[in-house]
Every structure is written in structure tokens, then in C-alpha cells.
Design a protein around this ligand. Structure first.
Ligand code: ADP
Ligand code: DP6
Ligand code: CO
Length: 360
């Protein structure tokens, strides 16, 4: 009998960036990080996992193209761990194994996943992708485990994926245990704690980046002295300050920390040998526009309007209180007109009267 499950997971965009591994196999980071998980109906990976009737090699299809599952790869390790957990539950509860039927833990998996946004372009597709994969296969195998436990399995697919198993504001505590048992996600605050905070995604380029996150951070760890300063002297205090900013919904503080962290992350990339350039001219122009918006808003005594952050790619994520989004969207569109003005899923664009209004 064919058994199949489909689930989705959202992306998360870090405001204190993970960049560097101290253990490449288990994916243990050189610093803690903190992110905001976006809504499930925005950027997401949707994954279907099917158990077929026979033994054999697992298969993965990503956005319609088959991806090879190399034995010992991160993907294979995630699937192996989930399969072992299933085998344990079959051993302790043999009724799960129907007569004359191959136990599920021995049947081959066929997995198909689709991202509804650009893959490998610096919009955290590995985060939503591996979170969706781990969650879907755990559902298929009917494994009972906490999101935190599942997050440690997803972490071994892609580090940032561990944060997408939880919603709202999520820390990834780096942990100290050699086996990674204490390196996983922790919810700092649920989304409902700060519902007024919105994210705007500016897709500057949907091309696959030239340097993957995995390759880029390995080069940084091997060559950057600035990374050592960041890990030791900057991130621990910044994590604590960011948690305070979120706890008190202090957008001024949240914004200053987010901008400083994005810029230091890109400085660390530049400090890598050979240097890694994830931002392009349009990314830098977006930074200039947001900085200028904030400068003029502050000059009027109205405080910071928006904050920006860039992952390992040229695409911007702008966080702002909902009331500021109308101004931000119209300003960004003024400088960077949309190729497709009808692509307006959030309803922020001009209606027939030319009035910009956020959705009610
Ligand atoms: P990004 O900035 O998009 O996270 P990465 O370089 O970190 O880019 O990772 C991209 C890789 O993540 C892809 O090449 C693929 O191996 C993996 N990935 C992306 N989406 C999925 C998915 N839906 N399911 C499984 N793996 C995925
Ligand atoms: C810049 O999680 O994609 O987005 O663990 O090697 O798969 P791997 O890397 P990945 O790195 C994400 C880096 C980042 C910052 C972040 O999400 O914290
Ligand atoms: Co990634």
C-alpha cells in the first residue's frame, strides 16, 4: 500500500546571522543566531513524501528535477536518522508492522518538494526545504517528537533549517555538547507577541548564487580573522540585546541590531580569502534608500521607519511596523519599479485611484 503525506514549512530570515561551523558533519555553529519565521502562506517549501512498497534507494525531486541522494550526505543523514527512529518504534511496538508487509522503516521513500520562491538565491530555501523535509518524513513515519527534537534533525540537513520548525522569533543556541544534543531552536517569543512587525521581501535576483552558504561559510571559517572577533566579542552580547529588543517590542533597538549584524556578516564575507560578494549594486542602493528614509524620519522626530537585512545573496528583507509599510513600499517602488506590477499578493500597490493602502 502506498502511504503519502504532504506538509509545508516557512522560511526564516535571521536578524543575528549564523555563519560558520565548528563541526561540519553535525552542523554545529560557531555562534548562536536569531531569526523571524515568516508566515506559512508567504515563502515556503511544500514537500510530499511517499513510502513505496519495496526496498530500494530513496529519491528526491526538487522543483521538478531529480536530485541525487549521495550516501553520507546531509540529506541522507537526515533520512537515516528518521528511518532509525521509525525502526525503533517498530521494534517496541510490533503491531505497527502489518503481517506480510515490509516494515515502513525498510521501504524506499520518494520525496518531491517545491519552493514558491527562488531556490539557492539567498532567501533561505535550505531552511524551509530541510524543515519541510524533516517534518513531512516524521509525519509519514508517525514519529512522536517535540519540534525542538525535530529541529535538531533538520539542523543536520541545513543549519538554518532548525529555526524553521518553530514559529515567531526563534533563537538557535549554539550549545556546547560535542554530539550537538543542545544545539537547536528555542522560541524566544511567538509571532502573536509582535504582530505589528511585517517583512517585505525584495527579490533583486532570482538566480542561483555563485557561492553556496555551505561553501562560503567554510571559506570564512578557514580564512577570516574578523570572524573570530565577531564570534567572541560581538554575537554573544548582540544575542542578549536582540532578545531584550524583542521582549520589549523596541523597534529602534531591533532595527539598529539587525542592520549592524547584516552589515558585519557581509563584512566577514569580504574579509574571506578569496572575498565573497553576496550584495550587488541594487542591494547597496536599497540600503541607501532605507538609510535615507530613516534619516529623514528621524530628522522629523519620528524615529526609525524600517530595517534591512541580507542573507547570503543580493535579495533584501525589510522589517518594519505595519503602519510604516505603505511609505516603505511606495518609496522602494519609486526607485525600483516592479517588472510585474500586477504581482501584488499583499495588496500594497496602487489601486485604480493611485492610492496606496495596506490590506485591511
Ligand atoms: P539558500 O540561500 O536558498 O538557503 P543555500 O545555498 O543555503 O541557499 O541552499 C540551497 C540548497 O538547499 C539547494 O541547492 C538544495 O540543495 C537545498 N534545498 C533548497 N530547497 C529545498 C527543498 N525544498 N527541499 C530540499 N532541499 C532543498
Ligand atoms: C546567511 O543554513 O544555508 O542565511 O548549514 O551550510 O546549510 P548550511 O547553511 P545555511 O546558512 C544560512 C546562512 C545565512 C544566515 C542565517 O540564516 O542565519
Ligand atoms: Co541556506
Amino acid at each position: 500500500m502506498v502511504k503519502e503525506v504532504t506538509c509545508s514549512a516557512p522560511v526564516n530570515i535571521a536578524v543575528v546571522k549564523y555563519w560558520g561551523k565548528r563541526d561540519n558533519e553535525l552542523i554545529l555553529p560557531t555562534n548562536s543566531s536569531l531569526s523571524v519565521t515568516l508566515d506559512q502562506d508567504d515563502l515556503r517549501s511544500t514537500t510530499t513524501a511517499r513510502l513505496i512498497d519495496s526496498e530500494g534507494a530513496d529519491q528526491l525531486w526538487l522543483n521538478g528535477a531529480q536530485v541525487e541522494i549521495t550516501p553520507g550526505s546531509r540529506l541522507a543523514r537526515c533520512l537515516d536518522e528518521l528511518r532509525q527512529l521509525r525502526a525503533q518504534s517498530e521494534a517496541t511496538s510490533p503491531k505497527d508492522v502489518k503481517d506480510a508487509q515490509l516494515p515502513e522503516s525498510r521501504r524506499a521513500l520518494v520525496i518531491a518538494s517545491e519552493n514558491n520562491f527562488p531556490t539557492a538565491a539567498g532567501l533561505a530555501s535550505s531552511a524551509s526545504g530541510f524543515a519541510a523535509l524533516a517534518f513531512t518524513v516524521a509525519q509519514l513515519f508517525e514519529l512522536q517528537m517535540s519540534p525542538e527534537r525535530l529541529s535538531r534533525i533538520a539542523r543536520q540537513g541545513s543549519g538554518s533549517a532548525c529555526r524553521s520548525l518553530l514559529g515567531g522569533f526563534v533563537a538557535w543556541d549554539m550549545g556546547t555538547a560535542a554530539d550537538g544534543g543542545d544545539s537547536g531552536a528555542r522560541m524566544v517569543a511567538p509571532q502573536a507577541h509582535w504582530p505589528d512587525l511585517e517583512a517585505m521581501i525584495c527579490v533583486v535576483s532570482d538566480s542561483k548564487k555563485g557561492t553556496s552558504s555551505t561553501g562560503g561559510m567554510a571559506a570564512t571559517v578557514a580564512t577570516s580573522a574578523l570572524l573570530q572577533h565577531r564570534i567572541k566579542d560581538v554575537v554573544p552580547a548582540r544575542m542578549a540585546a536582540m532578545e531584550e529588543a524583542i521582549a520589549s517590542r523596541d523597534f529602534e533597538k531591533f532595527s539598529a541590531l539587525t542592520i549592524a549584524d547584516s552589515n558585519q556578516f557581509h563584512a566577514v564575507c569580504l574579509d574571506t580569502t578569496p572575498p565573497i560578494f553576496y550584495l550587488n549594486d541594487v542591494s547597496r542602493a536599497i540600503i541607501a534608500v532605507v538609510e535615507e528614509l530613516n534619516r529623514s524620519s528621524r530628522a522629523l522626530g519620528q524615529g526609525t521607519l524600517a530595517t534591512y537585512t541580507f542573507d547570503a545573496g543580493p535579495n533584501a528583507v525589510i522589517y518594519a511596523p505595519r503602519a510604516n509599510m505603505k511609505t516603505i513600499v511606495s518609496t522602494i517602488l519609486n526607485f525600483f519599479p516592479l517588472a510585474d506590477p500586477f504581482n501584488d499578493p499583499k495588496g500594497y500597490l496602487a489601486d485604480k485611484t493611485g492610492d496606496l493602502s495596506p490590506p485591511s
